[in-house]
Design a protein around this ligand. Structure first.
Ligand code: PLP
Length: 347
């Protein structure tokens, strides 16, 4: 068995972040008690539903998420979409202009954008031909200034999930923080790494309510990690990063049962896999664990334009390295999928 590295998390953190004293909000000083007159935060006293600041610690929301995910509240960060969590990870761990990060490619574009904004070099490692993880290459790419490794699973735009043993072994052997983005985990049979989070001090798991949960418009992303890491997120985030209507609306909507919708999308995924592969214009349908397909076609730009002219929009990935000639197609309702197939049949 490979030796498991001892991770000194504090040695991965930017020194200026370690020494931060977080901004204390008016509501942080309030330690409970029967208050009916709130004169501490210079809010408007006229009640209209949103005149009060939201809870900066999102306690009620995290209580529900904690039950749902079976993860203690002090191991959950909630952000304004996963995008906030992605940006915070760079800001917490990477010294601008000095440290670097590793990411697989092709993958989600936000890792590169957030790296560039934070002036952090991103070392992209191309996936193998069959989109499997080039584990040795990824580890060989790292040096003493590599603080982060980004793996999206199931991966956007390739669609495949990576074996969990491989992700766990990466966490064990990488001398830095491993971030696994599980935006599409609800569609995958590979499952979540949340159940092994306690075994990996250097693991951050990202999830979102934007995909299977159908709440992209509310903007809520989650990061799960050790209490030490979550505390760093809490110190760096904007105090009131999740607005009040989003917090209450999400608590309400998490009670809704979405298992039927997920089941339907998985069923449609099977039907679409067959229907797409039978089309003459499609050369290859890549296997997917997500709610979308990456397909290779004869002429991606042409196909994209034709679909747009018929009122259907897909994601043209033809110019992405490793996705030459490909488009990414989201699985829609049965009716929408039928219209897609009928339109493609006429090509
Ligand atoms: C869609 C997506 C997200 C979601 O981002 P939000 O900001 O939470 O909407 C995160 N990661 C990946 C890989 C995605 O494709």
């Amino acid at each position: 068995m490979k030796s498991v590295m001892q991770h000194d998390i504090f040695s991965y953190v930017r020194p200026n972040i370690l020494s931060l004293a977080p901004y204390s909000t008016a509501r942080d000083d309030y330690k409970g008690g029967d208050i009916s007159v709130w004169l501490d935060a210079n809010e408007s006293p006229y009640e209209n539903g949103v005149n009060r600041y939201p809870d900066p610690h999102q306690k009620a929301l995290k209580t529900v998420l904690s039950e749902f995910k079976d993860i203690p509240m002090d191991q959950i960060f909630v952000g304004n979409g996963s995008d906030e969590a992605i940006d915070l990870v760079f800001r917490i761990f990477c010294r601008p202009g000095i440290d670097n990060a590793i990411a697989i490619a092709p993958s989600y574009g936000m890792y590169a954008v957030a790296a560039a904004i934070n002036n952090v070099a991103l070392r992209e490692v191309q996936l193998n031909e069959n989109f499997s993880l080039p584990l040795e290459k990824m580890l060989a790419m790292s040096d003493e200034r590599t603080k982060l490794m980004w793996v999206c699973s199931p991966n956007n735009p390739t669609g495949n999930a990576f074996p969990r043993e491989q992700l766990e072994s990466l966490a064990d052997s990488f001398d830095g923080m491993l971030v696994v983005d599980e935006a599409y985990v609800d569609f995958s049979d590979e499952g979540t790494l949340l159940d092994v989070l306690h075994r990996h001090q250097n693991l951050i798991v990202l999830q979102t309510l934007s995909k299977a949960w159908g709440m992209a418009g509310l903007r809520l992303g989650m990061a799960f990690a050790s209490p030490v890491v979550i505390n760093l997120f809490a110190q760096v985030k904007y105090p009131y990063n999740i607005n009040a209507p989003t917090q209450t609306e999400i608590i309400r909507r998490l009670r809704e049962d979405i298992s039927g919708q997920i089941a339907e999308i998985k069923e449609q995924r099977q039907l679409l896999a067959v229907a797409l592969s039978e089309l003459p214009c499609i050369k290859k349908v890549y296997p997917t664990d997500a709610n979308f397909f990456l397909v290779r076609v004869d002429d991606a730009n042409f196909l994209y334009d034709v679909l747009v002219s018929k009122g259907i929009i897909v994601r043209n990935r033809a110019h992405v390295k490793g996705c030459e000639g490909c488009v990414r197609i989201t699985i829609g309702t049965p009716k929408e999928n039928l219209r897609l197939i009928e339109t493609l049949q006429q090509l």
